[in-house]
Design a protein around this ligand. Structure first.
Ligand SMILES: [Zn+2]
Length: 301
C-alpha cells in the first residue's frame, strides 16, 4: 500500500494565511473599491478564523483575503490552497493532487484551469534588460490527444513522434523558444511554429534590448541578430563545443548553460503531461512555467 502524507495536517493554518496574504496582496488588503484596510481595523466576522471578513469603513463593502482573487467563494482552508498552488506550479497531475489533499477532482481541475488562464493573462511581455542574455530552443513532443479523427483507417490517436532533429508545430514537435537574462534570471518562453530565422528573429528582438549580448548555439535562426546592433556569441553544439572564452579573460562566457538548466527543469515539469493536445496545452504551460521561474524557481525545488 502506498504511504500517504497528511500534508494539510502538517502545515500551520496561520502561517499559510500569512503566505497567501503576502502573495495575493503584496501591497496590503483592499476592498472591492480599492480602499486600503487600515492596520488597526478589527474584523467584521471572525467565524472562519484566520480568514476574517472586514467591512470597509469608506464604502461598507465586506471583503477578505480572497476577495477579487481566484479563490473567492472557495471553501478550502489556507493550507489546502497553498498546497494546490504549489501542486499546480510543480505540475503535479490533478488526480494525484485531489487524492492527496482529499478534494473533489472536478472542482480542483476547474481551479487549475482558472490559475492557468490567469497566468496566461499575466504573461510578462517586456524585453529583458540584462546585458547578457541566452536564447535556445527545446522541442516538445505533443500529439493530438482528444481530437476525433474522421478517417477510420487513421490511427485513433497520433502519438507524438520520436524522430530526432528539428521539430515544428506541423510534425507534432513544436519548438519552444526560451530567452533568459543572466543577471536577473528572468525568462521569456514562446511556443513557435518552427525554428526558421523569420520566426525566431522577431521574437528575439521583442524579448531583449538592442544593447544586449545574446549567446546562442550555431543555428541559422540567429544569423541576423548582430545586424540589429546586439552583440552575438555562438557556441558550436554540433562540434561538441559547450563553452568558450572569446574575450580572453579566462571566463568561458560564450555558452547557453543557463537555458540548458532551465530546459532540464521544464522537461521534468512536463513529464506527467505526455501526449497532451499541442494547441491547447502547449500554449498554456510555458507562460505558467515562465511565471514560476520568474517568481522564485519553484521548478527546481
Ligand atoms: Zn471600500
Amino acid at each position: 500500500m502506498a504511504m500517504r502524507f497528511p500534508l494539510t495536517d502538517l502545515l500551520d493554518e496561520q502561517e499559510s494565511y500569512n503566505f497567501l496574504l503576502k502573495t495575493l496582496h503584496p501591497d496590503g488588503m483592499k476592498c472591492k473599491q480599492g480602499h486600503a484596510l487600515p492596520p488597526d481595523q478589527k474584523p467584521h466576522d471572525r467565524r472562519r478564523d484566520p480568514i476574517f471578513d472586514y467591512r470597509c469603513r469608506i464604502c461598507g463593502n465586506v471583503f477578505n483575503l480572497f476577495t477579487d482573487t481566484v479563490w473567492q467563494g472557495s471553501q478550502y482552508d489556507c493550507r489546502k490552497i497553498v498546497l494546490i498552488v504549489r501542486g499546480v506550479a510543480q505540475g503535479t497531475p490533478t488526480l494525484h493532487l485531489a487524492d492527496e489533499l482529499e478534494v473533489d477532482y472536478g472542482t480542483l481541475l476547474e481551479r487549475r484551469h482558472r490559475l492557468q488562464k490567469l497566468a496566461l493573462a499575466h504573461k510578462p511581455d517586456t524585453a529583458l534588460t540584462d546585458e547578457e542574455t541566452e536564447a535556445d530552443e527545446m522541442f516538445q513532443n505533443a500529439g493530438e490527444k482528444g481530437t476525433k479523427h474522421a478517417d477510420p483507417d487513421d490511427p485513433p490517436r497520433r502519438r507524438a513522434n520520436k524522430r530526432p532533429g528539428k521539430g515544428t508545430m506541423a510534425n507534432d514537435r513544436p519548438p519552444v523558444l526560451g530567452v533568459v537574462g543572466r543577471e536577473a534570471g528572468q525568462i521569456r518562453l514562446e511556443v513557435c511554429d518552427d525554428t526558421q530565422q523569420a520566426t525566431i528573429q522577431p521574437e528575439v528582438e521583442q524579448k531583449t534590448e538592442p544593447t544586449t549580448t545574446l549567446y546562442t548555439d550555431e543555428s541559422n535562426a540567429y544569423n541576423r541578430v548582430a545586424g540589429t546592433g546586439r552583440g552575438h556569441g555562438t557556441v558550436c553544439h554540433s562540434q561538441k563545443e559547450w563553452a568558450r572564452d572569446d574575450d580572453g579573460d579566462g571566463i568561458r562566457e560564450v555558452h547557453c548553460n543557463t537555458m540548458e538548466g532551465i530546459w532540464t527543469g521544464l522537461r521534468n515539469f512536463l513529464r506527467p503531461f505526455r501526449g497532451v493536445h499541442k494547441k491547447t496545452w502547449l500554449s498554456m504551460w510555458p507562460c505558467l512555467s515562465g511565471l514560476i521561474i520568474s517568481n522564485g524557481s519553484l521548478l527546481t525545488s
